[in-house]
Structure formats: structure tokens, C-alpha cells
Design a protein around this ligand. Structure first.
Ligand code: ATP
Ligand code: MG
Length: 419
């Protein structure tokens, strides 16, 4: 066996080498395993990092989409919307806010609120909301400058943020109240005018009834006279109520109109025949100048008849005895419309009143004693012509010389005969 020292040494060296080799191999294996684990960890970390990155990107994308959606909602609103962040920088301003800003709303994002909002009171209001963080949204009315004019707004403020933070983002929505206020003013104007006008015939009726009760009418002739006044005032009251109801129905879009082919010549002829006795009482002549064409229109015959009667009755009322009234009708091929007018040689209307005569209850002050009326006739005519028949009504007049009231409405297609 290996008894000599050289053999023993060789054996020991070989064994040691084997042990070292085994140890080395084992170490290598451990290192390799460690390396694999480390690699796996790194891979996992990398994957996680990738995922985080992706989700950040996705979230960023979702945020941008959501933001664009919210901005699109703001942009379709007619109200003004201004969104500022906690630092007072504008995040978004919609088109409705254009009058409130010194620059275009699309350019406001990223600018300081104080640099773009014109009204300093509004800047202060939003600044208060940024530092105040009310739990509920705040809402109040404020006069704010818009395009150089002072406009009443209803301001809604909503802070967005955590209650522990000192400054917050704020969404401000501003609703223009001018139209609502104008409607409220017109309503109350109308109610006071209507009650005043209704009270006038009512007072007269009750006064005459009282006189009859008190025996103030001693003889039959006086009694007849009193009954006559009561009857006239009652008719006036009824006409006023009818006109008011018709106007309100048209304004509310509730008036049913019977659209048919209307032979306009026939309407004119009927109206002239009916008004001739009244004209004769004042020795007024009524002339007709109707073009020799087909004057048919599609519309509501009864309503159009009312317009003709109203214009003729005005011409008779406001033309002194012995005057002349001319009724004319023709069609206009260019605008495809029927044109009708009533001209008189009467009192005429001053230039500053020609538009007002179409207002509800408007009566020329000096003519109140010339003839009775409710001041609603022309307003109803305007509604019938313009709202119900898509036409136009107007007047040309010279004070002291006479007036020409006219209207035009779309005519039936291809109706004009060869002249
Ligand atoms: P009603 O409601 O009974 O018709 P009205 O004739 O007073 O009453 P409108 O027909 O609306 O009311 O006319 C308004 C006002 O316009 C009249 O009160 C009158 O002052 C003026 N006006 C109308 N037509 C003429 C005219 N042809 N010439 C002069 N003034 C006119
Ligand atoms: Mg009238």
C-alpha cells in the first residue's frame, strides 16, 4: 500500500484537492443559487417597477381623459365656470367665463387668477373660498363686471381639498341673473298695468250701478244713458280679458291655430263690409286697392281676420271725420310673401312712439279721449302675425298726416298669376 512518505503526501494532496474541489463546487453552487435568487428578485422588482410605471401611465391617461370629460361638461354650460388650484392658478375656465376674463378662456389655464379675472371682488371671493374650505358649497348673489358692464350673478363656490390643508382648489360657477330679473320686472310691470287697466272700466261700472241704486237717474232717458255706459264698459272689460287671454296663450305657445288655405281677398272684403257702418258714422271713405293676383295664404283665417279688423278699427278711430282709409294687398314674388296695409289720413304717430304702440296697454296719451280702447289690439296683431304666421308687422307714420300699418306673411308657393 502507500507507506512511503511520497505516496502518503501525494494521497493527502489528492484528498485535499478533492475536498477543496468539493468545497469550491459547493460554494459555486450556493453562489449560483444566490445569483439566481438575486436575479429572480431583481426580475420581480423590475416587473413590479414596470407595472407601477404602466399603472402610473394608465392612471395619468385616465386622469387626463376624466379631466377632458369634466372640462367638456363645463364647456357646454352657459354658466361661467372657473376652476383654480390651491395656489390660485387657473386650472380651467369655460367659454361662459369669457366676459369675466381679460384673456380668452382657453388661454387662462396655468395663469394666476388675479392676473386674468377682471373683477377684483370676484378674485377676493374665490381667494376667501380657497382658504376657508366651507363644508357645504357656498352660494350668494354678487354684482360682477362683465365686458365692462356690471351684471348680477348667482355665485356658487365649492372648495375641493382636505380640511387639514390651509389652501384648497375651488370650483366657481356663476349664473347670469339679468334675464331672470328682466322677466320678473316685466311680470310685475304687466301685473300693475293690467290691474290698472282692468280697474278703470270696473270702477266706472260700479259707480254707475251705485248711482242707479241711489236713484240718481230720475227719468227713463238718464237710466238708459247709465245702462248704456255700463254695457259699453262691460264690453270693454270682456274685450280686454279676451285679448289678454289670447296674447298669454300665444306667448305660452298654447294657442291652437287652424292652418288652412285662406283666400285673403275674401277676408278683406268681409272686414271692409263689417267696418263700413262705423266708417260712415264719421263720414270716412274706405278704398280697396287689391292686386289682381291670387292672394291665398296658408294660415288661420279667423286670426288673420282679427288683425285686419283691428287695423281697420284703429284707422277709423284715429282719423278725424271726413278722412280717407285705403286697404291694399299684393304679393311679393321676391320674398314670396303677401303684403297687406291699411293707410289713413288721421292723427299720425310721433316717431318716438311708433314702436311703442305695439306694446301691451300702450296708448298715445293725447288720443285717450279721441277713442276708447284697451291698448292691446296691436300687441295681439303682432303676436298673430309674427309668432303664429312667421310674418312681420310695422307702421310708417307722420304726426298730423296719417299712418300706414302693414304686415306681410309668407304666401302660398307659386301662386302669383300672370298680371
Ligand atoms: P284696442 O285694444 O281696443 O285696440 P287701442 O286701439 O287703443 O285699443 P291698439 O290698437 O293697440 O290699442 O293701439 C295702440 C295705440 O296706438 C292706440 O291707443 C293709439 O294711440 C295708437 N294708434 C293705433 N292705430 C293708430 C292710427 N291708425 N293712427 C294713430 N294712432 C294709432
Ligand atoms: Mg286698436
Amino acid at each position: 500500500m502507500f507507506t512511503d512518505p511520497i505516496s502518503i503526501s501525494i494521497l493527502i494532496v489528492t484528498a485535499l484537492t478533492a475536498v477543496i474541489a468539493v468545497i469550491f463546487a459547493l460554494k459555486l453552487k450556493t453562489r449560483a443559487a444566490e445569483a439566481v435568487t438575486a436575479m429572480k428578485t431583481a426580475q420581480l422588482e423590475a416587473e413590479e417597477a414596470c407595472n407601477t410605471l404602466d399603472s402610473a401611465r394608465i392612471h395619468g391617461c385616465i386622469d387626463r381623459t376624466r379631466r377632458r370629460q369634466v372640462e367638456a361638461v363645463f364647456d357646454v354650460l352657459r354658466d361661467a365656470v372657473i376652476v383654480v388650484d390651491a395656489h390660485g392658478e387657473v386650472l380651467h375656465a369655460n367659454e361662459g367665463a369669457s366676459g369675466l376674463l381679460s384673456i380668452a378662456p382657453s388661454e387662462a389655464a396655468g395663469k394666476l387668477l388675479v392676473d386674468v379675472v377682471v373683477d377684483y371682488q370676484l378674485v377676493a371671493t374665490i381667494a376667501d373660498a380657497r382658504s376657508g374650505l366651507p363644508k357645504e358649497g357656498r352660494q350668494y348673489e354678487q354684482e360682477i363686471k362683465n365686458d365692462g358692464e356690471t351684471v348680477a350673478y348667482e355665485v356658487h363656490l365649492q372648495s375641493v381639498g382636505h380640511k387639514d390643508e390651509s389652501m384648497h382648489a375651488v370650483v366657481t360657477v356663476l349664473r347670469d341673473l339679468s334675464r331672470e330679473r328682466e322677466i320678473a320686472r316685466l311680470k310685475s310691470d304687466f301685473v300693475s298695468k293690467a290691474s290698472h287697466e282692468l280697474r278703470t272700466p270696473l270702477s266706472s261700472i260700479s259707480a254707475y250701478i251705485e248711482m242707479l241704486e241711489d236713484g240718481d237717474a230720475q227719468d227713463e232717458a238718464t237710466r238708459k244713458e247709465f245702462y248704456g255706459v255700463i254695457s259699453t264698459e262691460t264690453q270693454r272689460l270682456r274685450r280686454m280679458i279676451d285679448n289678454l287671454l289670447n296674447i298669454s296663450r300665444i306667448e305660452a305657445g298654447l294657442m291652437h291655430i287652424d292652418r288652412k288655405q285662406v283666400k285673403f281677398q275674401e277676408l278683406i272684403a268681409r272686414a271692409v263690409t263689417n267696418m263700413t257702418p262705423q266708417a260712415k258714422e264719421k263720414s270716412l271713405e274706405i278704398h280697396s286697392q287689391l292686386a289682381d293676383v291670387d292672394l291665398s295664404v296658408i294660415g288661420d283665417g279667423d286670426m288673420l281676420y282679427q288683425v285686419i279688423i283691428n287695423l281697420l278699427s284703429n284707422a277709423i278711430k284715429y282719423t278725424p271725420d271726413g278722412g280717407r282709409i285705403t286697404v291694399a294687398a299684393d304679393t311679393d314674388n321676391l320674398t314670396r310673401s303677401l303684403h297687406f296695409s291699411v293707410s289713413d289720413t288721421g292723427l299720425g304717430i310721433a316717431p318716438d312712439q311708433t314702436e311703442k304702440v305695439f306694446d301691451k296697454f300702450y296708448r298715445v296719451e293725447n288720443y285717450r279721449y279721441v277713442a276708447q280702447g284697451t291698448g292691446l289690439g296691436l300687441n295681439l296683431c303682432r303676436h298673430i302675425v309674427e309668432t303664429l304666421h312667421s310674418g312681420q308687422i310695422g307702421v310708417e307714420s307722420t304726426l298730423g298726416m296719417g299712418s300706414k300699418f302693414w304686415f306681410s306673411i309668407p304666401a302660398e308657393r307659386g301662386q302669383r298669376k300672370a298680371a
